[in-house]
Design a protein around this ligand. Structure first.
Ligand code: UT7
Length: 325
């Protein structure tokens, strides 16, 4: 019996041109390069230009992924954009991406799961492909997260950046006996009781403004490693694989100490963990596909590799997805 799978055809990413180092931030807020590098492992972040919106970053990442896959927008019939920072309250950033790619066909929508958004989007696209609703999905994580920052609050403003990453998933029917490929298993979780540990104090229904990020950093940190490892184990369990089978662990890029903590708790050798938080800070839903793109471009992730994606963030939301590349 054949098995329908969503296989990865390509990845791509985009970072805005403007780079802001820790030292530059320390000129306007009471912080230091040493504190940021030691506590979070961030060296610099990219900040979108005036007039450059989330959909623009998403389109740049989408074009890079299409080129990587050798495909054109005509080949895509589903666009899912994971974002917390859409250009407008509505329409979805995804429909703007569809327009900017010159598409009139298919369907497009956004997913809002903050930093876990890309894992939620990959899982949703995978379901749509398996249900026969789509053949080729462009899955994007894109954020202009710095637009939600209070630049006088040193506990949050040093942590985040802007960026976008994209992945193309394609329906494939694996023949009897053909080795497993594509998305093998996923697990998603949320617990809204933790909503106020990481949230934005504005919105269309409450204040009518976009608001600013507030975070109880140490509380989020306290939950992160346990929730990440639980969902990774749940995903492995479904698939029959173990941690030892993983070639690459591509975690959400929020804090190097959280990444190292999760890697150590899982018993993963550090060289199997992809870390890019130093070059782009926490870009929320964009961070996992940004890290993936770096590891594919530099030749680390190759066809046949077993790759575990994971993320945890506001909500709380968290999730993981296991992919045979
Ligand atoms: O992507 C969604 C998930 N989000 C996360 O994963 C974030 C999770 N949390 C974290 O990564 C960490 O909790 C932070 C990086 C946010 C903070 O690190 P921490 O080690 O938990 O520090 P802390 O909040 O306990 O603060 C320690 C000290 C405090 O000073 P006192 O009270 O000890 O004198 C802070 O005021 O560091 C101070 N501090 C800073 N100092 C210099 C806080 N922010 C800064 C700063 N520069 N930017």
């Amino acid at each position: 019996m054949s098995r329908v799978r969503s296989i990865v055809r390509g990845v791509g990413s985009y970072l805005p041109k403007n780079v802001v180092t820790n030292a530059e931030l320390a000129k306007t807020v009471d912080t230091s390069d040493e504190w940021i590098q030691q506590r979070v492992g961030i060296k610099e972040r990219h900040i979108a230009a005036e007039g450059e919106f989330t959909s623009d970053l998403a389109v740049a990442a989408a074009r890079a992924a299409l080129e990587n896959a050798g495909l054109t927008p005509d080949d895509i019939d589903l666009i899912v954009v994971a974002t917390t920072t859409p250009d407008y309250t509505f329409p979805a950033a995804a429909t703007l991406v569809q327009m900017k790619l010159g598409m009139h066909h298919g369907f497009a929508f956004d997913i809002q799961a903050v930093c876990s958004g890309f894992v939620y989007a990959v899982t949703t696209a995978d379901s749509h492909i398996k249900n026969g609703l789509a053949k080729r999905a462009l899955v994007i994580g894109a954020e202009t997260f710095t637009r939600l920052l209070d630049w006088t609050d040193r506990t949050t403003c040093v942590l985040f950046g802007d960026g976008a990453g994209a992945m193309i998933l394609e329906r494939a029917e694996l023949a009897e006996g053909e080795p497993e490929r594509g998305i093998i298993a996923s697990a998603l979780r949320s617990d809204g009781h933790h909503w106020d540990k990481l949230y934005v104090d504005g919105g269309p229904s409450s204040t009518g403004t976009a608001g600013h990020v507030h975070m109880q950093g140490p509380e989020v940190f306290r939950h992160a490693v346990g929730k990440i490892t639980d969902v990774v184990y749940a995903t492995l369990e479904q698939s029959g694989h173990t941690v030892a089978d993983l070639d690459w662990f591509v975690p959400h890029q929020a804090n190097k100490r959280i990444i190292d903590g999760a890697g150590a708790k899982l018993g993963l050798p550090p060289e199997k963990v992809v870390t890019t938080v130093d070059i782009h800070a926490n870009t929320s839903a964009a961070s996992v596909p940004l890290a993936l793109s770096v590891a594919v471009a530099d030749g680390r992730i190759k066809q046949g590799d077993l790759v575990m994606l994971e993320a945890m963030g506001g909500g709380f939301t968290w999730g993981a997805s296991l992919i045979r590349w």
